[in-house]
Ligand binder design. Structure first.
Ligand code: SF4
Ligand code: SF4
Length: 96
């Protein structure tokens, strides 16, 4: 299952990566791969915002809002025909 490319909160700073490879190991959707001894973001749109990568990234190269993220909220809205559950609707300026 793929989520929505433009609402994923995943951010990756390759300059901070130490090449430990844990993000590749723990990601259930193969969002990361190793390339030249560092992680590379190869499929950002497949991220489900589970947070496993950022929790295991000691140098803090990965940031993601885990839990009920925008991707899930927007998806639920689409599937149910209702407004997004992540405050993307309305006047909130703190989302996505
Ligand atoms: S977990 Fe962090 S430091 Fe380790 S390879 Fe992934 S991005 Fe690099
Ligand atoms: S948040 Fe989860 S799905 Fe997204 S890149 Fe990290 S480990 Fe993979």
């Amino acid at each position: 299952m793929r989520y929505l490319e433009d609402v994923i909160t995943l951010e990756f700073d390759a300059a901070k990566c130490n090449g430990c490879g844990l993000c590749v190991l723990v990601c259930p959707h193969a969002v990361f791969a190793m390339a030249e001894k560092r992680a590379a973001l190869v499929d950002r749109g497949a991220c489900m915002e589970c947070g496993a990568c950022s929790k295991n990234c000691e140098p803090g190269a990965i940031q993601v809002r885990s839990g009920v993220g925008c991707a899930a909220g927007v998806l639920v809205g689409w599937l149910t025909g209702s407004e997004p559950t992540c405050d993307c609707a309305g006047n909130s300026s703190s989302c996505c």
